[in-house]
Ligand binder design. Structure first.
Ligand SMILES: C[S@@+](CC[C@H](N)C(=O)[O-])C[C@H]1O[C@@H](n2cnc3c(N)ncnc32)[C@H](O)[C@@H]1O
Length: 266
């Protein structure tokens, strides 16, 4: 393993306990609810009953298990052993073990580890920035997507990723660069405790690079929407609106904060 990968894994292992106990993720709230997938994401996929869905970089599985609640048969993959262990426990507590499994592996190893293709390949918020090369990610997607399958990505918009915490100053690269952005922070993006492994390595990938990486593998984009909102307090000035959506205040420039994309085989 390269050293940045080891550092990121240690950082993510630390985040699992913090996130499980955070108000941000609200695990107990979710367990006591019948909340399924995000409504916007669900509208993009339609009926998922008995469709086989793989969630890349699934963290402790809550976003994965939302799809199981909607009737999908889900597989989550992540390189954090703490996350995969927690995902298995969460599935048991949610009564969803028969519709879910969680596999420990680096993203690049997922096609070999899973050795099957899926009806849906799903990527949720905060995922692509941990990957050095979007071309490698697209290879993984292409290896996992079944002949009639759909890729659904809902992630941070790369423009937002290039802004500083003030949401106004361009500090980080917009385009993919070989050198990572090195972040040192003892806290995660949630409420909760400190991280012992505080250094992590991140990369940006422009929207054009993401779409082109898919197109070069014969994956045709069937939906691409840039949203002036996101689901967390990404920047200092964002205001929370209905149903947990954060956006710039009225009158301020509305920049793209997240995006959704679907793609299918051309
Ligand atoms: C913010 S989470 C995304 C999942 C989901 N949106 C959530 O919040 O639960 C990012 C995940 O990427 C995983 N990750 C980062 N780099 C990875 C890699 N190279 N291979 C597999 N998983 C990776 C981390 O362990 C973490 O669980």
């Amino acid at each position: 393993m390269t050293s940045w990968l080891e550092a990121n894994r240690a950082n993510w292992n630390d985040r699992v306990a913090v996130h499980l106990n955070s108000d941000f993720y609200g695990v107990e709230r979710w367990l006591n609810s019948d909340d399924g997938p995000d409504a916007g994401e669900a509208a993009l996929l339609g009926d998922v009953t008995n469709r086989r869905l793989v969630h890349l970089q699934c963290h402790f599985g809550m976003d994965t298990l939302r799809w199981a609640r909607a009737g999908a048969i889900v597989t989550g993959v992540d390189f954090s052993d703490a996350a995969i262990a927690a995902a298995g426990r969460l599935a048991a507590r949610a009564g969803l073990t028969s519709r879910s499994r969680f596999v420990l592996c680096n993203l690049d190893d997922a096609p070999a580890a899973l050795a099957e293709r899926f009806d849906v390949v799903y990527v949720s918020l905060g995922s692509l920035c941990w990957l050095a090369r979007i071309a490698d990610w697209a290879d993984v997607v292409a290896a996992l997507l079944g002949p009639d399958g759909t890729l659904l990505v809902h992630d941070v918009h790369p423009l937002a990723f290039s802004l500083d915490d003030d949401g106004a100053t361009f500090t980080y690269p917009y385009f993919e660069e070989s050198e990572p952005v090195v972040v040192e922070s003892a806290s995660s993006y949630t409420d909760g405790g400190a991280l012992a492994h505080s250094v992590n390595y991140e990369w940006n990938h422009s929207l054009g690079e993401i779409v082109t990486a898919l197109a070069e593998r014969s994956l045709m984009v069937t939906h691409l929407a840039e949203h002036p909102w996101t689901r967390y307090q990404a920047f200092e000035g964002l205001v929370e609106g209905p149903s947990g959506i954060f956006r710039a205040s009225e009158g301020a420039p509305q920049l793209p904060l997240s995006f959704t994309l679907t793609a299918r085989w051309a």
